[in-house]
Design a protein around this ligand. Structure first.
Ligand code: FMN
Length: 200
């Protein structure tokens, strides 16, 4: 697929057929994530790959409320055969920037203009989404509520040093999948690009 087609066609898919994802394709999706840029080339990310039905089921069990009846969103999403949880490691950045070429040896968090650990891991997630599109598959990036992090960590043995910036469902798009974002419409370029000076 041409790069522009990947950009144009990528959109979040929230309903899946349940058909498995080829392991070589999964490998490519994850390998491409590692090509994301990272501040100081820290690469302070990790990816929890859940590609077995039991593990995917346990993901949904620990990140959703068992008392809630599954809604349309959850029914569609939980049919995805693969979940990848991109995890960011703040400590890796504090340590990397304390190295001699950076010199922030006090590890003072107020030095950081924005949390680069989340930025970088988000860039890696976008590369996964784009690779999924290039493979003719569907994916959705979605949030993991902070009140579920503790249950998520203990279910999968994720250390406190790493936090999920979200999760990515991956699979074959179901024909019933709808694209709510398309109703809203994309913001025009002229509304968001401010040339030479902030305008409007
Ligand atoms: C940081 C972030 C968090 C998101 N969280 C959710 C979510 O929790 N559930 C969901 O269905 N979609 C989620 N989305 C997907 C957005 O709703 C979607 O990207 C947006 O509506 C634009 O649609 P498109 O990506 O299909 O073009 C999230 C996207 C981002 C970037």
């Amino acid at each position: 697929m041409e790069f522009q087609q990947v950009v144009d066609r990528r959109r979040m898919v929230r309903s899946y057929t349940g058909e498995p994802v080829d392991s070589a394709v999964l490998q490519r999706i994850l390998t491409n994530a590692l090509h994301a840029p990272s501040a100081g080339f820290t690469q302070g990310w990790a990816f929890l790959l859940l590609d077995e039905a039991d593990a995917v089921g346990r993901f949904w069990a620990c990140t959703t409320d068992p008392d809630d009846e599954p809604d349309r969103w959850l029914r569609g999403m939980s049919r995805a055969p693969v979940i990848v949880v991109p995890l960011a490691c703040k400590q890796a950045y504090l340590d990397r920037y304390a190295e001699p070429d950076k010199g922030w040896i006090d590890r003072d968090e107020s030095r950081w203009p924005v949390p680069y650990w989340d930025v970088d891991t988000g860039m890696a997630a976008l590369l996964m989404l784009q690779t999924v599109t290039d493979e003719g598959l569907g994916a959705c990036f979605f949030g993991v509520p902070t009140e579920r992090w503790s249950a998520f960590r203990s279910e999968f043995g994720v250390p406190e040093t790493h936090h999920p910036i979200g999760a990515v469902s991956i699979g074959h798009r179901a024909p019933t999948d709808v694209a709510p974002s398309l109703r809203r419409g994309r913001t025009p370029l002229s509304d968001v690009v401010h040339r030479s000076r902030w305008s409007g």
